[in-house]
Design a protein around this ligand. Structure first.
Ligand SMILES: *Cc1c(COP(=O)(O)O)cnc(C)c1O
Length: 388
């Protein structure tokens, strides 16, 4: 079930007694996925790494698949294995492995693994031989991010080795891909340079005889802002979660994206204090007049950034307030002025009906990605919607 527009999700008992919850609107996730797909004009890989950016790995993966994403993307092989072991079908790509990574469990579960270096190819080949099956691999080329991926210099040898293994029936190269450094600044000169290098890398792969099913390069900002980067598939994370991929691409509302996570709390303590009261550790906030203070049971132990102290907006008692004083491990304080408030009242930290996670990011000097991804396991997730 999905909440009617503007209607907040009801508090289940376990969240009510905890005093905090993150509602995850899977209808919004499917809507955002459709926005990306329509804008890009190609299918989308739903990126669900890092517990789906804090939204819940398996629930989001299922909703994305039901919403028409033919591919799921995760960083770690263990995340891919978790998806399969939860019964999630469809194609799954993983891309960040270390030596000794669980390649064999990935192969056994029909997971496509990314190969960026000869050692990884060697480990995949060992697993393929041991299991007697053909491994599906995708080759990643570093076109200028200088992070993971084969250097352009090493690329021809990696391609040749992969092609030889393909001839031996040990692997099928299902994709060739890269990742941008500055996709959130579409006019940054590196974007065109990376596209040029990628074009050459693709040429080398094709001349060697590779015929990948999918060629892909775009993350959310590129999917929405760089038409030349779309190829066969776009890999979308942040836009699917309803947040802006960067100011140069547009705000979430400009892009027609809806927030998926809404973080809410219930007031634990409500009390009148005199003017001149120092609030929270260090007394970095002093009340300017007699006022009502409210305590929300969410702190940095729950992933609320400490940099939200005296900075981040919260909707409480009918108005948006700034966090008063320092964020503590378990709690934050709000100055509610003379507005009516009682213990147990609902506040919206960010999300639907309140400030956005992007507003929090601006207030805290970070990006929306970090705001949602850091929300920790002490905050119950309540998933709604997401039917096929
Ligand atoms: C995280 C990630 C993405 C998704 O990026 P968004 O900006 O959240 O869309 C895409 N590709 C790779 C390789 C990633 O690591």
């Amino acid at each position: 079930m999905s909440p009617a527009a503007g209607q907040p999700v009801a508090w289940p008992a376990h969240a009510l007694e905890r005093g905090a919850m993150a509602t995850i609107d899977l209808d919004a996730l499917q809507h955002n996925l459709a926005v990306v797909r329509e804008r890009a004009g190609v299918p989308a890989m739903a990126v669900v790494k890092a517990d789906a950016y804090g939204h819940g790995l398996v629930e989001c993966a299922r909703a994305a698949a039901a919403g028409g994403a033919p591919w799921l993307g995760v960083a770690l092989p263990t995340e891919a294995v978790r998806l399969r072991d939860a019964g999630v079908q469809g194609r799954v790509l993983t891309w960040l492995e270390v030596p000794g990574a669980p390649f064999a469990p990935c192969l056994e579960r029909d997971i496509d693994v990314t190969v960026s270096a000869p050692w990884a190819l060697a480990e995949v080949l060992d697993a393929a031989r041991a299991l007697g099956r053909t491994a599906r691999i995708q080759l990643k080329v570093d076109t200028g991010l200088s992070r993971n991926g084969s250097t352009f210099a090493d690329w021809p040898a990696l391609v040749a080795a992969a092609r030889a293994a393909e001839r031996d029936g040990l692997v099928a190269v299902t994709g060739v891909w890269t990742h941008f450094a500055c996709a959130d600044e579409p006019t940054h000169p590196s974007v065109e340079r990376q596209l040029d290098v990628f074009g050459e890398a693709l040429q080398i792969a094709r001349l060697a005889g590779l015929e990948p099913e999918v060629v892909h390069a775009a993350n959310s900002p590129a999917a929405l802002g760089i038409p030349a980067a779309r190829f066969d598939l776009v890999r979308t994370g942040i836009a699917m979660y309803g947040l802006s991929p960067g100011p140069a691409i547009g705000s979430a509302s400009d892009l027609g994206l809806r927030p998926v996570m809404t973080l809410r709390g219930r007031l634990a303590s409500v009390k009148r204090v005199p003017s001149g009261s120092g609030v929270s550790y260090g007394h970095s906030y002093i009340t300017q007049r007699e006022t009502t203070l409210g305590v929300v049971p969410l702190g940095y132990g729950d992933g609320i950034p400490r940099s939200a102290s005296n900075a981040a907006p919260v909707l409480a008692a009918g108005s948006v307030r700034t966090v008063a004083g320092r964020v503590c491990m378990d709690q934050v304080v709000l100055d509610l002025g003379d507005d009516a408030a009682a213990p147990g009242d609902d506040v919206v930290m960010f999300g639907s009906g309140g400030p956005s996670a992007d507003d929090w990011a601006a207030a805290c000097g970070t990006i929306g990605y970090e705001i949602v991804t850091r929300i920790g396991p002490r905050v119950p997730r309540v998933h709604v919607g997401g039917a096929p």
